[in-house]
Design a protein around this ligand. Structure first.
Ligand SMILES: Cc1cc2nc3c(=O)[nH]c(=O)nc-3n(C[C@H](O)[C@H](O)[C@H](O)COP(=O)(O)OP(=O)(O)OC[C@H]3O[C@@H](n4cnc5c(N)ncnc54)[C@H](O)[C@@H]3O)c2cc1C
Length: 428
């Protein structure tokens, strides 16, 4: 049996395959076509939705990892199975770095781009926007390389494709010279953060914050490029924030909240009180990634930036009105518009609001109420995080949805890469 990181999706494939070459993958796909088997390509199993479920073949690119070549203009070709941690290290050894990343580094490159994984920064797009060329093997077993010059239309589909167009084997990434980031963590009143939000996101390369349900406090993270050398203002506060607050203590407090739901307000107070200020300078790829040992389920919606303040106002009222006994922090991030057909940030500057529920606690009503609110304000769900939407919804919110579906049909006419979840979201 296989399962995802959150342990909310489990599946038992007939075979788990780890091919060593593109030719091997092409042969596997041709055979699956003949025998009517399906193939789901797995990355690091970090998606919360049942994207990986199959009773047929789970195919992993763990044997296809690492940087393949580096061009003079800081373009890097890497195997699509490369984990982001390894990619960061190999790039650093060559004096290079990625423009932006999400808050963990364990995903594979292909897995990260295939659901629209993003970090924060209003002038920066999702990880997929750093990709300039993709080599993939489609549902007919054809090995194809696509870039904006030879086929812009298909490239915009491949930059976020949920593993439905084929197995991505290589990507060309636009990188930049390695740089250090200074991260400032502060304890701030949520009301103050919201009042100053426009200027904070405009004046800083990266800004995100965590709000705590039922608490007036938030933890803000401002991050900018600096020339300074790596160092810490306080190793102790870093220990409190990274290890104690984001992992051990959070786990302990969430367990109390789970066993005694009525303790949630006290737990929220303790979490709010524990936030401590911290400043550190590190290589960029080390600053982006955090450790996530506490297991949770998550729903994250993309909201048009102009609707964000109203959504937060209504979200706070909703949590209070329903007396939700949840203390797990919510994450707020801000990203630039892009032109990837199925990207939640398609053609709009956006805010992302991520809500978490501790593993083993019921998330159904909380997530559904929030989802209804987000949708009422133009929300689009993160493809890798829990949502209840289907093809009829996606057709309404993505103007290029039908274009994507026809490219999917072209590259996978026999549905080799489809599972039940994809049939629901694509309406096939
Ligand atoms: C603790 C935690 C923190 C997270 N933080 C963030 C964050 O900061 N920002 C954010 O946006 N998201 C975040 N996520 C979500 C996560 O980044 C996405 O779900 C991502 O897709 C997971 O990558 P993966 O390698 O685990 O892919 P998987 O979950 O294994 O697969 C995801 C999709 O990619 C497809 N795929 C994988 N490899 C290939 C391939 N070679 N070719 C074609 N398709 C492929 C799969 O078929 C599937 O559809 C987080 C998730 C967790 C559990």
């Amino acid at each position: 049996m296989m399962e995802n990181w959150a342990e909310n999706v489990k599946w038992t494939p007939q075979e788990v395959l780890k091919p060593n070459s593109e030719e091997e993958i092409a042969d596997l796909i041709k055979k699956a076509n003949k025998s009517g088997k399906t193939i789901r390509t797995v990355g690091s199993h970090h998606s919360f939705t049942p994207l990986l479920s199959t009773d047929s073949i789970s195919l992993s690119l763990d044997n296809l990892q690492g940087v393949i070549s580096i061009e003079d203009d800081k373009r890097v070709i890497a195997w699509a199975g490369t984990k982001l941690k390894r990619l960061g290290e190999e790039l650093a050894q060559n004096g290079l770095a990625q423009e932006n990343l999400g808050d963990i580094n364990v995903q594979s490159v292909a897995g990260a781009i295939s659901t629209g994984t993003h970090g924060t920064g209003i002038t920066l797009g999702s990880v997929g926007t750093q990709i300039e060329e993709i080599t993939f093997i489609n549902g007919l077993g054809e090995i194809i390389t696509i870039n904006p010059e030879n086929n812009l239309h298909e490239f915009k589909c491949l930059q976020l494709s949920l593993g439905s167009l084929g197995v991505i084997t290589r990507v060309k990434l636009r990188c930049q010279e390695a740089y250090n980031l200074k991260l400032d963590i502060r304890k701030e009143k949520l009301s103050d953060v919201l009042t100053q939000l426009d200027s904070i996101i405009a004046e800083n390369r990266h800004f995100e914050f965590y709000s705590i349900p039922n608490s007036p406090w938030s933890q803000t993270k401002i991050t900018n490029i600096v020339d300074e050398k790596a160092g810490h203002t306080s190793k102790f506060s870093s220990f409190i924030n990274d290890i104690v607050l984001e992992n051990w203590a959070l786990q302990f407090l969430c367990n109390i909240n789970k066993v005694i739901p009525s303790s949630s307000k006290t737990v929220s107070k303790i979490i709010g009180a524990a936030i401590s200020n911290e400043t550190k300078v590190e290589q960029s790829y080390k600053v982006f990634s955090t450790v996530r040992n506490v297991k949770f389920t998550e729903m994250e919606y993309n909201i048009p930036l102009e609707n964000y303040q109203q959504v937060v106002k209504e979200m706070l009222q909703l949590i209070e009105k329903n007396n939700y006994q949840i203390s797990f922090p919510q994450e707020h991030r801000f990203v630039d518009a892009d032109d990837i057909y199925l990207s939640p940030a398609f053609e709009r500057k956006s805010a992302y609001i991520a809500s978490h529920v501790f593993k083993g606690m019921n998330n159904t009503k909380y997530f559904k109420n929030l989802e209804d609110l987000f949708v009422a304000h133009g929300g689009r769900p993160h493809w890798g995080k829990l949502h209840t939407q289907d093809a009829a919804f996606f057709k309404k919110v993505y103007s290029k949805f039908d274009d994507f579906l026809s490219i999917r049909e072209k590259h996978d006419p026999n549905g080799v890469f489809l599972n039940g979840h994809l049939r629901k979201v694509f309406g096939v």
